[in-house]
Ligand binder design. Structure first.
Ligand code: ADP
Ligand code: G6P
Length: 355
C-alpha cells in the first residue's frame, strides 16, 4: 500500500552545550506552533524525544556510539566526535527528511547505556538538538534552518551553579572542575559550529552593572544571517541602520540597572549579519508590547503575539530578559520559514508575514 501524502519534514538544527537552555527553547518553539511537546506515549520512559502535533524533537545524544563506560575506557568525552555515530545520524536525518520512518537508538541518560531503538515517524517539523547538529557537513546540508545557543563561560557557570548546586547538591569546586574538563573538547568540536548557524543567540554578562559577576542580569544578542532563504531578520526602527535605544521611561517600567537595546549590521565569521541586542531585564512583562511595537519583521500573525507568548510562559527561565524574547522571536521566524517552505512546495509562493 502506498501512502500518497508522505510527510516531508522541514528540518531544524539546534546546537548548544548541555544545560544551556535547549529544552526551554524547544518548549517555546512548540508553543508557537500551538501545542506542548510530550515524551512518546507508551515508549521507553527514558526516551529523549519530544513530540507535539506538528513537531518532533530528537536529542543527538541518541547517536552516541560509545556509552558511558565506553567513553571512560577510551578516555573521550561525549563532546568528542569519536563518541558519536555521524554516519547513522546522517542516514536517519536524511531518511526522515525524505518522509521515511526510522528506528533511532536511545541513549539512556540515567543508566549511561544505549537502549533498544524507538520508532520515529516523519513530523511536519523535525528538530535535531544537541551537541553536534552542524558538525558533520552531510547532516548540516540537510538543515533548513540552524540555531546556535552561545552561552558565555561566565553565564554558563552561573546557570550550572544554580542547577547543580541548588538542585543536585554539587560543590562549587566540582562544578568549576567539570566545566574546565569539558572546555578543550567544547572549544574544539562544539563552539566552531556557530559559524554555520543561521541564527545565534549569544548570552553575555550585563554591561549595565560595572564588574558584574553575578550573572543574573544578561546582555543577549540575536545574530541573524543575511541572505538565508525564507528568513528575513528582525529589525528595530529602520532596517540596516544602527540604533541604540533605552526604552525605559513613561511606557516601560525599569528598575536598576535598566534596559538597553541595540540594533545594527555587522559581520560574523565573514558573513553579513543583523544583530539585535538587549541588555537588562523587564520588570513588567505586559509592557513588552511597547518594545514589540518598535520591532519589525517579527513574523507574528497578529499584533502583540510576541508579548502574548512571553506572558504565557512567564514561568520559563529567561522570560524577563533577552533570552526568552529572542527564543520566542526565533520560534516565530521558524514558523514563518515552515509556512513558506510548505507554500513553495505547493507551488504557490506566498509573501512572508510582515507584521
Ligand atoms: P538544556 O536542555 O540545554 O540542558 P535547559 O533548558 O534544561 O537546558 O536549561 C537548563 C537549566 O539552565 C535550567 O534549569 C535553568 O536553571 C538554566 N537556564 C536555562 N535557560 C535559562 C535562561 N534563559 N535564564 C536563566 N537560566 C536558564
Ligand atoms: C550527555 C550530554 C553531555 C554529557 C554526557 C555525560 O551525552 O549531552 O553533555 O557530558 O551526557 O557524559 P558522562 O560521560 O559524564 O556520562
Amino acid at each position: 500500500q502506498i501512502s500518497c501524502s508522505v510527510e516531508k519534514p522541514v528540518v531544524i538544527g539546534l546546537a548548544a552545550d548541555s544545560g544551556c537552555g535547549k529544552s526551554t527553547f524547544m518548549r517555546r518553539l512548540t508553543s508557537v506552533f500551538g501545542g506542548a511537546a510530550e515524551p512518546p506515549k507508551g515508549g521507553n520512559p527514558d526516551s529523549n524525544t519530544l513530540i507535539s502535533d506538528t513537531t518532533t524533537v530528537i536529542c543527538l545524544d541518541d547517536y552516541h556510539s560509545l556509552d558511558r563506560t565506553g567513553r571512560k575506557e577510551k578516555g573521550v568525552t561525549a563532546l568528542d566526535p569519536r563518541a558519536n555515530n555521524f554516519d547513522l545520524m546522517y542516514e536517519q536525518v536524511k531518511a526522515i527528511k525524505e518522509g521515511q520512518t526510522i528506528e533511532k537508538p536511545i541513549y539512556n541518560h540515567v543508566t549511561g547505556l544505549l537502549d533498544p531503538p524507538e520508532v520515529i515517524t516523519p513530523p511536519k517539523i523535525f528538530v535535531i538538538e544537541g551537541l553536534h547538529p552542524m558538525f558533520d557537513e552531510r547532516v548540516r546540508d540537510l538543515l533548513d534552518f540552524s540555531i546556535y545557543l552561545d552561552i558565555s563561560d561566565e553565564v554558563k557557570f552561573a546557570w550550572k551553579i544554580q542547577r547543580d548546586m541548588a538542585e543536585r547538591g554539587h560543590s562549587l569546586e566540582s562544578i568549576q572542575a567539570s566545566i574546565e574538563a569539558r572546555k578543550p573538547d567544547f572549544d574544539a568540536f562544539i563552539d566552531p559550529q556557530k559559524q554555520y548557524a543561521d541564527a545565534v543567540i549569544e548570552v553575555l554578562p550585563t554591561q549595565l552593572i560595572p564588574d558584574d559577576n553575578e550573572g543574573k542580569v544578561l546582555r543577549v544578542k540575536l545574530i541573524m544571517k543575511e541572505g538565508v532563504k525564507h528568513f528575513n531578520p528582525v529589525y528595530l526602527f529602520d532596517e540596516g541602520s544602527s540604533i541604540s535605544w533605552v526604552p525605559c521611561g513613561r511606557k516601560l517600567t525599569c528598575s536598576y540597572p535598566g534596559i538597553k537595546f541595540a540594533y545594527g549590521p555587522d559581520t560574523y565569521f565573514g558573513h553579513e549579519v543583523s544583530v539585535l541586542e538587549m541588555d537588562g531585564q523587564f520588570d513588567r512583562l505586559d509592557e513588552l508590547i511597547y518594545v514589540e511595537s518598535h520591532l519589525s519583521n517579527l513574523s507574528t500573525k497578529f499584533y502583540g503575539e510576541v508579548t502574548q507568548q512571553m506572558l504565557k510562559h512567564a514561568d520559563f527561565p529567561g522570560s524577563n530578559n533577552g533570552t526568552g524574547l529572542f527564543q520566542t522571536i526565533v520560534g516565530l521566524k521558524i514558523r514563518d520559514l515552515y509556512e513558506q517552505i510548505v507554500a513553495e512546495r505547493a507551488g504557490a509562493p506566498v509573501e512572508s508575514a510582515k507584521v
